[in-house]
Design a protein around this ligand. Structure first.
Ligand SMILES: [Mn+2]
Length: 446
Protein backbone atom coordinates (compact mmCIF):
# COMPACT_ATOMS: atom_id res chain seq x y z
CA UNK A 1 0.00 0.00 0.00
CA UNK A 2 2.84 2.31 0.88
CA UNK A 3 4.32 1.84 -2.56
CA UNK A 4 1.06 2.50 -4.35
CA UNK A 5 0.69 5.63 -2.31
CA UNK A 6 4.13 6.86 -3.40
CA UNK A 7 3.35 6.28 -7.02
CA UNK A 8 0.14 8.17 -6.69
CA UNK A 9 1.97 11.05 -5.00
CA UNK A 10 4.48 11.06 -7.78
CA UNK A 11 1.70 11.18 -10.35
CA UNK A 12 -0.05 14.01 -8.56
CA UNK A 13 3.19 15.97 -8.29
CA UNK A 14 3.96 15.55 -11.96
CA UNK A 15 0.43 16.42 -12.95
CA UNK A 16 0.58 19.58 -10.85
CA UNK A 17 3.91 20.45 -12.40
CA UNK A 18 2.49 20.05 -15.87
CA UNK A 19 -0.51 22.13 -14.87
CA UNK A 20 1.83 24.97 -13.88
CA UNK A 21 3.69 24.55 -17.14
CA UNK A 22 0.38 24.77 -18.93
CA UNK A 23 -0.45 28.03 -17.20
CA UNK A 24 2.90 29.37 -18.32
CA UNK A 25 2.24 28.30 -21.86
CA UNK A 26 4.80 25.53 -21.71
CA UNK A 27 2.45 22.53 -21.76
CA UNK A 28 -0.98 21.53 -23.07
CA UNK A 29 -3.99 19.71 -21.62
CA UNK A 30 -3.06 16.84 -23.91
CA UNK A 31 0.28 16.57 -22.05
CA UNK A 32 -1.65 16.03 -18.83
CA UNK A 33 -3.90 13.46 -20.50
CA UNK A 34 -0.80 11.61 -21.70
CA UNK A 35 0.57 11.60 -18.18
CA UNK A 36 -2.68 10.15 -16.81
CA UNK A 37 -2.55 7.46 -19.43
CA UNK A 38 1.05 6.68 -18.45
CA UNK A 39 -0.09 6.10 -14.86
CA UNK A 40 -3.04 3.91 -15.94
CA UNK A 41 -5.89 6.33 -15.35
CA UNK A 42 -9.03 5.96 -17.50
CA UNK A 43 -9.19 8.20 -20.55
CA UNK A 44 -11.27 11.33 -20.30
CA UNK A 45 -11.89 14.24 -22.63
CA UNK A 46 -9.95 17.48 -22.49
CA UNK A 47 -13.09 19.31 -21.41
CA UNK A 48 -13.67 16.94 -18.54
CA UNK A 49 -10.07 17.27 -17.49
CA UNK A 50 -10.17 21.04 -17.61
CA UNK A 51 -13.32 21.15 -15.51
CA UNK A 52 -11.79 18.78 -12.99
CA UNK A 53 -9.01 21.28 -12.43
CA UNK A 54 -11.40 24.14 -11.59
CA UNK A 55 -11.06 23.64 -7.85
CA UNK A 56 -7.28 23.38 -8.05
CA UNK A 57 -7.20 26.53 -10.13
CA UNK A 58 -9.08 28.44 -7.43
CA UNK A 59 -6.84 27.24 -4.61
CA UNK A 60 -3.69 27.70 -6.59
CA UNK A 61 -4.62 31.27 -7.56
CA UNK A 62 -4.58 32.36 -3.93
CA UNK A 63 -1.45 30.42 -3.11
CA UNK A 64 -3.05 27.61 -1.11
CA UNK A 65 -1.24 24.94 -3.02
CA UNK A 66 2.27 24.53 -1.73
CA UNK A 67 4.37 22.76 -4.29
CA UNK A 68 7.43 22.98 -2.14
CA UNK A 69 7.21 19.46 -0.82
CA UNK A 70 9.85 16.85 -0.33
CA UNK A 71 8.51 14.58 -2.98
CA UNK A 72 9.02 17.31 -5.56
CA UNK A 73 12.38 15.73 -6.18
CA UNK A 74 10.47 13.11 -8.08
CA UNK A 75 9.16 15.68 -10.49
CA UNK A 76 10.56 15.41 -13.93
CA UNK A 77 9.91 18.17 -16.39
CA UNK A 78 10.24 18.08 -20.08
CA UNK A 79 13.21 19.60 -21.82
CA UNK A 80 12.95 20.46 -25.44
CA UNK A 81 14.92 22.27 -28.10
CA UNK A 82 13.29 23.40 -31.30
CA UNK A 83 15.21 24.94 -34.18
CA UNK A 84 13.55 27.00 -36.89
CA UNK A 85 16.08 26.83 -39.70
CA UNK A 86 14.24 29.27 -41.89
CA UNK A 87 14.38 32.06 -39.33
CA UNK A 88 17.62 30.82 -37.78
CA UNK A 89 16.15 30.73 -34.27
CA UNK A 90 16.26 28.03 -31.63
CA UNK A 91 13.76 27.71 -28.80
CA UNK A 92 14.88 25.90 -25.69
CA UNK A 93 12.62 24.90 -22.86
CA UNK A 94 13.82 23.54 -19.56
CA UNK A 95 13.91 23.99 -15.82
CA UNK A 96 16.70 26.24 -14.72
CA UNK A 97 18.07 27.13 -11.32
CA UNK A 98 19.33 30.73 -11.02
CA UNK A 99 19.48 33.64 -8.61
CA UNK A 100 16.24 35.69 -8.81
CA UNK A 101 18.33 38.82 -9.38
CA UNK A 102 19.82 37.21 -12.49
CA UNK A 103 16.62 36.13 -14.14
CA UNK A 104 16.58 39.11 -16.53
CA UNK A 105 20.24 38.83 -17.44
CA UNK A 106 20.46 37.56 -21.04
CA UNK A 107 23.89 35.99 -20.52
CA UNK A 108 22.65 34.09 -17.46
CA UNK A 109 19.70 32.72 -19.41
CA UNK A 110 21.83 31.80 -22.41
CA UNK A 111 24.35 30.02 -20.21
CA UNK A 112 21.63 28.21 -18.27
CA UNK A 113 20.29 26.85 -21.53
CA UNK A 114 23.71 25.88 -22.79
CA UNK A 115 24.22 28.65 -25.35
CA UNK A 116 27.49 30.56 -25.54
CA UNK A 117 26.57 34.27 -25.10
CA UNK A 118 29.32 35.19 -27.53
CA UNK A 119 27.76 33.12 -30.26
CA UNK A 120 24.05 33.58 -29.56
CA UNK A 121 21.79 36.46 -28.64
CA UNK A 122 18.52 36.32 -26.83
CA UNK A 123 15.38 37.02 -28.88
CA UNK A 124 12.77 36.34 -26.20
CA UNK A 125 12.47 34.75 -22.79
CA UNK A 126 9.68 33.60 -20.56
CA UNK A 127 10.42 32.42 -17.04
CA UNK A 128 7.97 31.20 -14.43
CA UNK A 129 9.14 30.91 -10.88
CA UNK A 130 8.57 27.40 -9.70
CA UNK A 131 9.77 26.83 -6.18
CA UNK A 132 12.68 27.45 -3.87
CA UNK A 133 14.21 24.07 -4.34
CA UNK A 134 17.24 25.40 -6.17
CA UNK A 135 20.80 25.29 -4.93
CA UNK A 136 21.33 27.69 -2.05
CA UNK A 137 19.79 31.07 -2.93
CA UNK A 138 18.97 29.92 -6.40
CA UNK A 139 15.40 29.42 -7.44
CA UNK A 140 14.00 27.06 -10.00
CA UNK A 141 12.24 28.48 -12.99
CA UNK A 142 10.40 26.93 -15.82
CA UNK A 143 12.24 28.73 -18.60
CA UNK A 144 11.66 29.08 -22.29
CA UNK A 145 13.99 31.15 -24.42
CA UNK A 146 14.41 31.80 -28.11
CA UNK A 147 17.88 32.60 -29.41
CA UNK A 148 19.59 33.30 -32.69
CA UNK A 149 23.26 33.31 -33.73
CA UNK A 150 24.96 36.63 -33.30
CA UNK A 151 25.85 38.47 -36.47
CA UNK A 152 29.53 38.45 -37.35
CA UNK A 153 29.91 42.08 -36.37
CA UNK A 154 28.39 41.45 -32.97
CA UNK A 155 31.44 42.44 -30.94
CA UNK A 156 31.27 41.88 -27.20
CA UNK A 157 33.45 43.29 -24.46
CA UNK A 158 34.97 39.83 -24.18
CA UNK A 159 35.94 39.98 -27.85
CA UNK A 160 37.70 43.27 -27.21
CA UNK A 161 39.50 41.85 -24.17
CA UNK A 162 40.44 38.82 -26.22
CA UNK A 163 41.79 40.98 -28.98
CA UNK A 164 44.12 42.91 -26.70
CA UNK A 165 45.13 39.80 -24.83
CA UNK A 166 46.09 38.17 -28.09
CA UNK A 167 48.06 41.20 -29.22
CA UNK A 168 50.45 40.60 -26.36
CA UNK A 169 50.19 36.84 -26.20
CA UNK A 170 49.84 35.83 -29.82
CA UNK A 171 53.06 33.92 -29.92
CA UNK A 172 52.39 31.92 -26.82
CA UNK A 173 48.79 31.14 -27.65
CA UNK A 174 49.04 30.09 -31.25
CA UNK A 175 52.33 28.46 -30.58
CA UNK A 176 54.26 27.04 -33.28
CA UNK A 177 53.78 23.46 -33.55
CA UNK A 178 50.38 22.45 -32.40
CA UNK A 179 50.77 19.62 -34.87
CA UNK A 180 53.62 18.72 -37.15
CA UNK A 181 55.42 21.69 -38.75
CA UNK A 182 54.38 22.19 -42.34
CA UNK A 183 57.66 21.40 -44.03
CA UNK A 184 58.94 18.77 -41.65
CA UNK A 185 60.42 15.53 -42.91
CA UNK A 186 62.41 13.43 -40.47
CA UNK A 187 64.70 12.31 -43.28
CA UNK A 188 65.09 15.80 -44.70
CA UNK A 189 68.15 18.01 -44.71
CA UNK A 190 69.06 20.57 -42.07
CA UNK A 191 68.86 24.30 -42.63
CA UNK A 192 71.29 26.39 -40.60
CA UNK A 193 70.61 30.12 -40.33
CA UNK A 194 73.23 32.36 -38.73
CA UNK A 195 72.54 35.71 -37.13
CA UNK A 196 75.52 37.62 -35.83
CA UNK A 197 76.73 41.19 -35.65
CA UNK A 198 73.27 42.70 -36.06
CA UNK A 199 74.49 45.42 -33.69
CA UNK A 200 70.93 46.41 -32.89
CA UNK A 201 71.15 49.75 -31.09
CA UNK A 202 74.00 51.07 -33.22
CA UNK A 203 73.37 54.52 -34.61
CA UNK A 204 75.01 55.60 -37.81
CA UNK A 205 74.42 59.01 -39.40
CA UNK A 206 74.22 58.68 -43.16
CA UNK A 207 75.69 62.11 -43.88
CA UNK A 208 78.76 61.09 -41.94
CA UNK A 209 79.12 57.44 -42.90
CA UNK A 210 77.27 57.19 -46.19
CA UNK A 211 74.63 54.96 -44.68
CA UNK A 212 71.98 55.44 -41.99
CA UNK A 213 71.58 52.76 -39.36
CA UNK A 214 69.29 52.52 -36.35
CA UNK A 215 67.08 50.01 -34.59
CA UNK A 216 64.32 50.22 -37.17
CA UNK A 217 66.66 49.65 -40.08
CA UNK A 218 68.42 46.82 -38.24
CA UNK A 219 65.17 44.98 -37.57
CA UNK A 220 63.89 45.61 -41.08
CA UNK A 221 66.96 44.01 -42.64
CA UNK A 222 66.57 40.89 -40.52
CA UNK A 223 62.88 40.63 -41.39
CA UNK A 224 63.64 41.01 -45.08
CA UNK A 225 66.27 38.30 -44.91
CA UNK A 226 63.79 36.06 -43.14
CA UNK A 227 61.17 36.47 -45.84
CA UNK A 228 63.84 35.73 -48.46
CA UNK A 229 64.79 32.57 -46.56
CA UNK A 230 61.15 31.51 -46.29
CA UNK A 231 60.73 31.97 -50.04
CA UNK A 232 63.69 29.72 -50.66
CA UNK A 233 62.31 26.99 -48.42
CA UNK A 234 59.08 26.83 -50.43
CA UNK A 235 58.32 23.34 -51.63
CA UNK A 236 61.17 21.87 -49.60
CA UNK A 237 61.22 19.79 -46.46
CA UNK A 238 63.68 19.86 -43.58
CA UNK A 239 64.30 17.65 -40.58
CA UNK A 240 65.62 20.53 -38.53
CA UNK A 241 66.37 24.21 -38.53
CA UNK A 242 69.38 25.52 -36.65
CA UNK A 243 69.23 29.13 -35.61
CA UNK A 244 72.74 30.17 -34.57
CA UNK A 245 72.93 33.43 -32.62
CA UNK A 246 76.62 34.23 -32.76
CA UNK A 247 76.99 37.37 -30.67
CA UNK A 248 76.94 41.13 -31.07
CA UNK A 249 73.23 40.84 -31.74
CA UNK A 250 72.99 43.81 -29.37
CA UNK A 251 75.32 46.75 -29.76
CA UNK A 252 75.97 47.74 -26.15
CA UNK A 253 76.11 45.98 -22.83
CA UNK A 254 75.06 48.57 -20.29
CA UNK A 255 73.49 51.92 -19.33
CA UNK A 256 76.67 53.76 -20.25
CA UNK A 257 76.32 52.81 -23.90
CA UNK A 258 79.59 50.94 -24.07
CA UNK A 259 80.71 47.49 -25.05
CA UNK A 260 81.38 44.93 -22.33
CA UNK A 261 84.94 46.19 -21.95
CA UNK A 262 83.89 49.84 -21.86
CA UNK A 263 84.43 51.14 -25.39
CA UNK A 264 81.94 53.95 -25.96
CA UNK A 265 79.48 53.39 -28.82
CA UNK A 266 77.11 55.54 -30.88
CA UNK A 267 73.71 54.39 -29.71
CA UNK A 268 70.26 54.81 -31.19
CA UNK A 269 68.21 54.70 -28.03
CA UNK A 270 67.72 53.50 -24.49
CA UNK A 271 69.21 50.06 -23.78
CA UNK A 272 65.82 48.83 -22.53
CA UNK A 273 64.21 49.67 -25.87
CA UNK A 274 67.10 48.05 -27.74
CA UNK A 275 66.53 44.93 -25.64
CA UNK A 276 62.75 44.86 -26.09
CA UNK A 277 62.84 45.38 -29.85
CA UNK A 278 65.44 42.68 -30.29
CA UNK A 279 63.57 40.20 -28.12
CA UNK A 280 60.40 40.78 -30.17
CA UNK A 281 62.35 40.41 -33.39
CA UNK A 282 63.85 37.09 -32.36
CA UNK A 283 60.62 35.70 -30.92
CA UNK A 284 58.98 36.41 -34.28
CA UNK A 285 61.94 34.97 -36.13
CA UNK A 286 61.79 31.67 -34.25
CA UNK A 287 58.02 31.57 -34.60
CA UNK A 288 58.32 31.72 -38.39
CA UNK A 289 61.02 29.05 -38.46
CA UNK A 290 58.89 26.86 -36.23
CA UNK A 291 56.22 26.75 -38.93
CA UNK A 292 58.71 24.98 -41.16
CA UNK A 293 60.42 22.43 -38.91
CA UNK A 294 61.62 21.89 -35.32
CA UNK A 295 64.23 24.48 -34.32
CA UNK A 296 67.53 24.14 -32.46
CA UNK A 297 68.65 27.52 -31.15
CA UNK A 298 72.36 27.70 -30.32
CA UNK A 299 73.54 30.95 -28.80
CA UNK A 300 76.90 32.46 -27.86
CA UNK A 301 77.85 35.90 -26.58
CA UNK A 302 79.74 38.60 -28.48
CA UNK A 303 82.27 41.15 -27.32
CA UNK A 304 79.77 44.02 -27.48
CA UNK A 305 77.02 42.23 -25.59
CA UNK A 306 78.60 39.48 -23.55
CA UNK A 307 76.44 40.06 -20.48
CA UNK A 308 73.19 41.43 -21.95
CA UNK A 309 73.08 38.76 -24.64
CA UNK A 310 72.95 36.10 -21.94
CA UNK A 311 69.80 37.67 -20.52
CA UNK A 312 68.41 38.12 -24.02
CA UNK A 313 68.86 34.45 -24.85
CA UNK A 314 67.36 33.38 -21.53
CA UNK A 315 64.32 35.59 -22.13
CA UNK A 316 63.96 34.04 -25.55
CA UNK A 317 64.17 30.58 -24.07
CA UNK A 318 61.46 31.48 -21.56
CA UNK A 319 59.18 32.62 -24.36
CA UNK A 320 59.38 29.13 -25.83
CA UNK A 321 59.59 27.15 -22.60
CA UNK A 322 56.37 25.24 -23.34
CA UNK A 323 57.32 24.47 -26.92
CA UNK A 324 59.04 21.08 -27.18
CA UNK A 325 59.93 21.65 -30.83
CA UNK A 326 62.17 24.61 -30.04
CA UNK A 327 65.28 23.50 -28.17
CA UNK A 328 67.85 25.94 -26.76
CA UNK A 329 71.59 25.43 -26.33
CA UNK A 330 71.98 28.37 -24.06
CA UNK A 331 74.77 27.77 -21.59
CA UNK A 332 77.16 30.69 -20.89
CA UNK A 333 79.93 28.82 -22.71
CA UNK A 334 81.20 31.13 -25.50
CA UNK A 335 81.86 28.15 -27.79
CA UNK A 336 79.42 25.37 -28.59
CA UNK A 337 79.10 22.62 -31.15
CA UNK A 338 76.22 20.54 -32.48
CA UNK A 339 76.57 17.20 -34.23
CA UNK A 340 74.09 15.89 -36.81
CA UNK A 341 75.04 12.55 -38.32
CA UNK A 342 78.49 12.94 -39.85
CA UNK A 343 78.43 16.72 -39.51
CA UNK A 344 79.93 18.70 -36.65
CA UNK A 345 79.33 22.45 -36.56
CA UNK A 346 81.12 24.66 -34.06
CA UNK A 347 79.79 28.09 -33.16
CA UNK A 348 81.56 31.05 -31.59
CA UNK A 349 81.56 34.80 -31.93
CA UNK A 350 85.04 34.95 -33.41
CA UNK A 351 86.73 37.45 -31.08
CA UNK A 352 89.08 34.86 -29.62
CA UNK A 353 92.68 34.52 -30.71
CA UNK A 354 92.78 33.65 -34.39
CA UNK A 355 95.11 30.73 -33.96
CA UNK A 356 92.57 29.02 -31.68
CA UNK A 357 89.69 29.35 -34.13
CA UNK A 358 90.89 26.31 -36.01
CA UNK A 359 91.78 24.20 -32.99
CA UNK A 360 89.15 24.58 -30.26
CA UNK A 361 86.66 22.23 -31.91
CA UNK A 362 88.84 19.12 -31.88
CA UNK A 363 90.10 19.95 -28.40
CA UNK A 364 86.77 20.65 -26.77
CA UNK A 365 84.60 18.21 -28.75
CA UNK A 366 87.08 15.39 -29.24
CA UNK A 367 84.52 12.61 -29.13
CA UNK A 368 82.21 14.28 -31.65
CA UNK A 369 85.20 15.13 -33.78
CA UNK A 370 86.06 11.44 -33.91
CA UNK A 371 82.60 10.44 -35.00
CA UNK A 372 82.27 12.97 -37.80
CA UNK A 373 83.59 13.56 -41.25
CA UNK A 374 82.38 17.07 -42.10
CA UNK A 375 83.42 19.77 -39.64
CA UNK A 376 83.10 23.52 -39.73
CA UNK A 377 83.40 26.44 -37.36
CA UNK A 378 81.09 29.37 -38.03
CA UNK A 379 81.76 32.75 -36.51
CA UNK A 380 81.28 36.45 -37.11
CA UNK A 381 82.79 39.48 -35.40
CA UNK A 382 84.72 40.99 -38.29
CA UNK A 383 81.68 41.64 -40.49
CA UNK A 384 83.78 41.16 -43.58
CA UNK A 385 87.07 39.95 -44.96
CA UNK A 386 89.51 42.40 -43.44
CA UNK A 387 91.36 40.73 -40.62
CA UNK A 388 94.54 39.09 -39.52
CA UNK A 389 92.94 35.99 -40.90
CA UNK A 390 92.94 37.04 -44.53
CA UNK A 391 90.41 34.57 -45.78
CA UNK A 392 86.72 34.42 -45.38
CA UNK A 393 87.03 30.71 -45.49
CA UNK A 394 89.97 28.67 -44.29
CA UNK A 395 90.41 24.98 -44.57
CA UNK A 396 93.03 23.23 -42.49
CA UNK A 397 93.43 20.17 -40.30
CA UNK A 398 90.15 18.58 -41.36
CA UNK A 399 88.15 21.69 -40.61
CA UNK A 400 86.69 24.67 -42.44
CA UNK A 401 86.44 27.96 -40.54
CA UNK A 402 84.03 30.48 -41.98
CA UNK A 403 83.75 34.13 -41.04
CA UNK A 404 80.20 35.15 -41.78
CA UNK A 405 78.95 38.44 -43.11
CA UNK A 406 76.62 40.63 -41.13
CA UNK A 407 73.66 42.90 -41.78
CA UNK A 408 74.89 45.90 -39.81
CA UNK A 409 76.14 49.15 -41.28
CA UNK A 410 79.49 50.66 -40.36
CA UNK A 411 79.74 52.90 -37.34
CA UNK A 412 81.35 56.32 -37.71
CA UNK A 413 84.56 54.92 -36.23
CA UNK A 414 84.68 51.98 -38.65
CA UNK A 415 83.93 54.33 -41.55
CA UNK A 416 86.78 56.60 -40.52
CA UNK A 417 89.12 53.62 -40.44
CA UNK A 418 88.23 53.07 -44.06
CA UNK A 419 86.97 49.54 -43.67
CA UNK A 420 85.33 48.24 -46.84
CA UNK A 421 81.56 48.30 -47.04
CA UNK A 422 80.11 44.91 -46.19
CA UNK A 423 77.88 42.64 -48.09
CA UNK A 424 74.74 42.78 -45.97
CA UNK A 425 73.59 39.27 -45.92
CA UNK A 426 72.20 36.56 -43.66
CA UNK A 427 73.94 33.33 -44.53
CA UNK A 428 72.34 29.89 -44.50
CA UNK A 429 73.84 26.44 -44.86
CA UNK A 430 71.99 23.32 -45.96
CA UNK A 431 73.43 20.17 -44.43
CA UNK A 432 72.87 16.54 -45.24
CA UNK A 433 73.64 14.46 -42.14
CA UNK A 434 75.41 11.85 -44.28
CA UNK A 435 76.84 13.92 -47.11
CA UNK A 436 77.87 17.10 -45.33
CA UNK A 437 77.37 20.62 -46.59
CA UNK A 438 75.18 20.84 -49.69
CA UNK A 439 74.35 24.50 -50.19
CA UNK A 440 75.26 27.98 -49.02
CA UNK A 441 72.61 30.66 -49.33
CA UNK A 442 73.24 34.38 -49.36
CA UNK A 443 70.14 36.25 -48.31
CA UNK A 444 71.36 39.71 -49.15
CA UNK A 445 69.09 42.55 -48.08
CA UNK A 446 70.67 45.68 -49.38
MN1 LIG B 1 82.17 41.45 -32.37
Amino acid sequence: MENTNNIEKQFLARQLSLYHDLQNGNATWQDILNLRKEYGYPEISVDTLRRSFQGIRDYDAVGFINTNQNNNAAITTKESVFTDYLNRTTTSEKTISVLPSEINNPDTLLNAHGFNPREFELVSAKNSRWDNNGDGDRVRYSSKITVRPRKDDGITYEDIDDYFYKLTHTLRDSMIVTGTPEQYDKDGEILEIDLQDLHIGLFSYGAETGEDYDIKIACKRVSEALSDIKDRTQGRKFSKIILALLGDILHTDNEQGTTTKGTRQDVDTRPTKMFDKTLDLLIDFIFELGQIAPVDVVAVAGNHDSYISYTLYKALEMAYRDEPNVVFYNSPNPRKALRYGKCLIGFCHGDQKNNSLATWLQNEYAEDWGKTKYREVHCGHLHSLHSDMQNFEESQNGLIVRRLFATTSASAWEHRQGYPKNLKTVMCFVWNPNKGLREIWYNTVD
